[in-house]
Design a protein around this ligand. Structure first.
Ligand code: VTB
Length: 330
């Protein structure tokens, strides 16, 4: 894959972010998602790749655009798999809350886990803690390992967790261990990336969020040298058999009351995003710990994006001043 593709993809997430950010705070998450999806598809189809959507807006019959299996790009170029979330955090956008992003990850065919639409228990850390944590350990053990790696007390660690009842036991365990917690209403892709950026103050992301977002986070963390471990967790038998159909090893055994149907074996970063040729692009829609949201100006808009390539380990932060008058896309 040509390294310039990464910069092509940031144009795609910028366009999706700008179009959906016009709907920030308007109370309509569906419209915001639709705007992002339309613009993402339009710009993606101008890129010289032979792309297939492997994580997208849903199955063909439930999503008119960017559905799983949809072919995107001009068709002239490398054969790649693409995972997208045109608007990660639709509700946050509708309510003008933090953490909304437009996101895209890609890699050679077969490199991205075709994660089913179910939940995933996640543990994400930055480079200093990579290889030193384990989802199979207790919360306390992981926090102690992180404390050692970062050379600071457990009490001084900050854990990001999604505020959901299903994460209540985890929250209790973190509190018992003594670490600090930042609860977020949405957006654990942003949360996972934040662990790799020391200025965010987030040391680790823990807890159950959506599975497709776990793959997107893995694609981003690769370039940083960070790590995410995840376990698919199933509410219904149907979710479990879907994962099994995708080649994931599953255990048909009740995990807890939230996930009575079972869980998968532990998945490592490389199971989620395989190999060393993964690219990731994200543009902020609303503000977050890693990226600023879109700001409109008298002549257009300013966006803030992140572009990474795992091959070189490059991480670019791109601030773009868009001028609508002269940019054909807008
Ligand atoms: C999770 C999380 C996402 O939505 O998918 C969440 O990973 C949905 O969880 O970052 P619930 O079903 O509990 O609402 C996000 O927060 C935004 O898409």
């Amino acid at each position: 894959m040509d390294r310039n593709l990464a910069l092509e993809f940031v144009r795609v997430t910028e366009a999706a972010a700008i179009s959906s950010s016009r709907l920030v705070g308007r109370g309509d998450s569906k419209e915001a998602d639709k705007a992002a999806t339309e613009f993402m598809r339009k710009t993606l189809n101008q890129v010289n790749v032979d792309g297939t959507i492997v994580i997208g807006e849903g199955e063909r019959d439930e999503a008119p655009m960017l559905y799983i299996g949809e072919k995107v790009g001009t068709g002239n170029g490398p054969k790649i798999d693409i995972a997208v979330d045109p608007l990660e955090c639709t509700d946050a956008t509708a309510k003008g809350r933090d953490n909304a992003l437009s996101v895209l990850a890609c890699g050679p065919s077969g490199s991205l886990l075709h994660a089913p639409d179910c939940y995933m228990d996640k543990l994400a850390v930055g480079a200093e803690c990579a290889g030193k944590v384990n989802l199979d350990w207790s919360v306390k053990e992981n926090l102690e390992a992180i404390s050692q790696a970062l050379e600071k007390e457990v009490d001084d660690l900050t854990v990001m967790v999604m505020e959901r009842d299903r994460n209540n036991d985890l929250i209790k365990e973190v509190r018992t261990a003594g670490a600090r917690i930042v609860l977020i209403l949405d957006g654990d892709v942003t949360g996972a990336i934040a662990t790799a950026l020391p200025h965010t103050g987030i040391d680790v992301l823990m807890g159950v969020g959506a599975a497709p977002e776990g793959v997107l986070a893995a694609a981003a963390l690769k370039a940083f040298g960070g790590e995410i471990q995840g376990r698919l967790v199933f509410r219904k038998e149907e979710e479990l058999s879907r994962a099994r159909g995708m080649g994931v090893d599953v255990i048909e055994e009740k995990l807890n009351n939230w996930f009575p149907a079972g869980y998968s074996r532990k998945l490592e970063t490389n199971d989620l995003a395989k190999g060393d040729n993964i690219m990731f692009a994200a543009t902020g829609v609303t503000n977050g710990p890693t990226l600023k949201g879109v700001r409109f100006t008298s002549r257009g808009a300013i966006t803030h994006s992140l572009v990474t390539r795992s091959k070189s380990g490059s991480v670019r932060e791109i601030r773009t001043d868009h001028r609508f008058e002269t940019d054909p896309i807008y």
